[in-house]
Design a protein around this ligand. Structure first.
Ligand SMILES: *[C@@H]1O[C@H](CO)[C@@H](O)[C@H](O)[C@H]1NC(C)=O
Length: 350
């Protein structure tokens, strides 16, 4: 993103924020970078001011998630998938099965759909909830790496522009969200160091419309210990501790992507134009409903421990069921009702 655009965005967001925020609270967002997934290399910050003694993990009076008057994704959500680079069919199927599981009510509890229920509790100022209906509306394969093997936050928008210009991949500016998934040989600015995925919206000057989108990369060969944690662990943790966990579908990179995709989708839906649900005083570095529960997958989690999760008979780790007997490990999200991180695999400690 150019300086000028950056400044413009900053000013716009600042103005919006100043106008809309009703009360200020103590600074509580300075420990998170924009839309990052938990990076175990960075020591856990005092954010997890969060008590760990509670039934509901992460509950804290210090977390001030606020609604900033913008829309949430309340219409049935149409996901447009952009497969950038070299993708194997079974890996694509795994990700699609996860996405299709969000609306699937046939899977046994705790299910992906149960997990999304927490996300659907968020409403906008008209009282409309985030939709529980999520479908894959289109797919586009960018086999030739149209913008090269290194992408930036700005060139991602060119990738989306290329895809929506192709027929029959439409511009769906009413219900569409665009998910750019890059293969493991594609690098991204700050990838592995600060981000595993992010979400934002396109600029009319680039794509012709303001379209909410998210990017998630396959970290399998670049930094699984950062972006596919806990299926890979950093060197320094390999000795002590529980070590790495076995991924539910046997693929460290892609199983790791599923939780990042879940994180980004939850945030994209509750904060699609970055003016709805987030905590922190700085709208350019919002702490969103996924960020608040980074690295937490079950009861008792926190401080580097992922919490109580399940294992199948082959020792593969998961916490939710999906369609076609799939199992996935997805991080929890912040519940606006419990004021704490929540997930369907919570163990009742009472
Ligand atoms: C909509 O959100 C409200 C407020 O969080 C919640 O009480 C209600 O159960 C939600 N409705 C649905 C259909 O999820």
């Amino acid at each position: 993103m150019s300086q000028a655009q950056n400044l413009f965005l900053l000013l716009t967001l600042f103005l919006l924020f100043s106008l809309l925020s009703l009360a200020t609270s103590e600074q509580n967002g300075d420990f998170q970078t924009l839309n990052t997934k938990f990076n175990p290399k960075i020591p856990l910050p005092p954010l997890r001011t969060l008590s760990s003694s509670k039934r509901f993990e992460g509950s804290s009076d210090l977390v001030k998630l606020k609604y900033h008057m913008g829309p949430v994704l309340s219409s049935p959500i149409n996901i447009y998938l952009i497969w950038y680079g070299n993708w194997a069919r079974p890996h694509k199927q795994l990700i699609k099965d996860f996405l299709l599981s969000i609306s699937d009510t046939t899977a046994p509890h705790p299910s992906v759909s149960d997990w999304w229920k927490t996300v659907s509790l968020y409403t906008d100022q008209t009282g409309a909830n985030i939709s529980r209906t999520v479908s894959i509306a289109g797919e586009y394969s960018d086999l030739r790496y149209s913008n090269g093997k290194h992408l930036t936050r700005l060139s991602i928008q060119d990738v989306i522009a290329t895809a929506v210009r192709s027929k029959p991949f439409p511009v769906d500016h009413r219900k569409g969200i665009y998910l750019v998934l890059t293969s493991d040989d594609v690098t991204m600015d700050e990838y592995c160091r600060a981000v595993c995925g992010f979400h934002y919206f396109t600029f009319p000057s680039k794509v012709g419309y303001t379209l909410p989108y998210a990017w998630v990369g396959n970290s399998g060969t670049q930094c699984p210990e950062v972006c596919a944690y806990p299926f890979a662990v950093p060197e320094y943790m390999a000795g002590g501790g529980p070590g790495k966990l076995s991924p539910p579908n046997g693929n460290v990179g892609v199983d790791g992507m599923v939780s990042v995709i879940a994180h980004e989708l939850a945030e994209l839906s509750s904060n699609p134009l970055v003016n709805a649900w987030y905590a922190g005083e700085d709208p350019t570095a919002p702490t969103e409903i996924g960020d608040l529960c980074e690295g937490l997958y079950g009861t008792g989690g926190g401080g580097g421990y992922i919490g109580e999760v399940m294992k199948d008979k082959d020792g593969r780790t998961f916490n939710v069921n999906g369609l076609r007997n799939r199992k996935f490990l997805v991080q929890w999200v912040w519940s606006p009702i419990l004021n704490a991180c929540a997930g369907p695999n919570a163990v009742d400690l009472n």
